[in-house]
Ligand binder design. Sequence first.
Ligand code: BG6
Length: 484
Amino acid sequence: QQVEPFDYVIFGATGDLTMRKLLPALYNRLRMGQIPDDARIIGTARTDIDRDGYVARAKEALERFIPDDVRSPVLVDRFLGLLHYVTLDGTKADSEWSALSSILSEAPADRIRVYYFATAPQLYGRICENLHSHNLVSPHSRVVLEKPIGTDMATATAINDGVGQYFPENQVYRIDHYLGKETVQNVLALRFANPIMNAVWSAEQIESVQITAAETVGVEGRASYYDTSGAMRDMIQNHLLQVLCLVAMEAPDSLEADTVRNAKLAVLNALRPITDETVASETVRAQYTAGVVGGQSVPGYLEELGQPSNTETYAAVRAWVDTPRWKGVPFYIRTAKRSARKVSEIVIRFRAAPTALFGATPPGNRLVIRIQPNEGVELQLNVKNPALDAYTLRTADLDTTIRMEGGLPFPDSYERLLLDAVRGNPVLFIRRDEVEAAWRWAEPVLKAWSENQVPMQTYSAGSYGPEKSAALLADKGDKWHEDM
Ligand code: BG6
């Protein structure tokens, strides 16, 4: 399914995200036959290089980030042939814009044009203003905004207002790459295409939900960004709340973008506010100290940073969705840098049902949706232990790994999203009111943390997090998944 011819204009085209994610994703879609020959990818950045210089960088990026077995010289050349480059400071209203205008004017006026902002979010408004004043905004153009959309409600509003002055909401695509992950999209299939799941998806059968995104990496070269952000802003306010929405939302009437987004918004609006009274019992924050990750000794966060900091590299929250479906069901959310392993997963713990047949009540079933790695679904059942004649139970897993046919690599989350922006399908992008509802919930936590209402814990790099985080679950008799 080839998309219509398009011009993709990337602001921040020499940056890490473009090289690591955007260009490889577009290459993969070319390989899959979805990109027409006359599409153009126009990189812009302040870096003063020419087209050949940019092509050389792009080629290097593909060599680094595309596995050998799906990287063919013919396809790479075809891809590099789509590239253009314009040296441009998107925030300055000077003559450099004429080079971009002139490239764009070579295409028919009704060609789809996607402006992708992979720059600092404070610049989005200025770039939009310049696009507008150079007559580069048309009903056929859309703008894709990378996160973070702000660091709180006020800054998010400023960014959204800045963009909204020049692009109506239906032309604004706020990307959250977690929504592009196949196994995150699979939550809807799992829930609504399987009556055996749909029938048990509520407080009546579900005791608790865990949503985890842990990484072994530290803050890499991004300490200056990360230290202004922290785990709550970097992962929870966006990615993990979106995952929570898909787990908790009511069945939408269709997969039309606004129908799905309305259903997610309803969940965000139903999140119980965390207040000064509850913040200490519902949240845990921590920083990693030196430790060993994957056999390598690594320094602590503060040593890496070289200065004191009040920024968390671990955050865990006990959230509540105040709807009849989820009455009394805790949603434990956590994320960590420098964790013991890289894993993103959803764990649904079902209630145990008393029965006198086997002595003790058999444990409740558990469903694990592995977002990454080993994308798949695992359902833990109680079975009779074959080693014993007496009716003794043990657990066994129904485990399915979701694979691509023909052993092809799993599509990266950016691939579909980048082309959805061309197709004009915003279903996997975040609407403005969702961003705001997420900030409304996160902001009081961040404020309380900044006032040190919740002590900063520590955890050794390479561990699963601070000891204190177990306390969030303990009063319900729960444990984090790896401790179960
Ligand atoms: C990004 C965060 O949005 O998501 C990073 O800014 C984080 O800090 C990344 O590493 C995690 O994404 P993934 O796809 O590797 O789970």
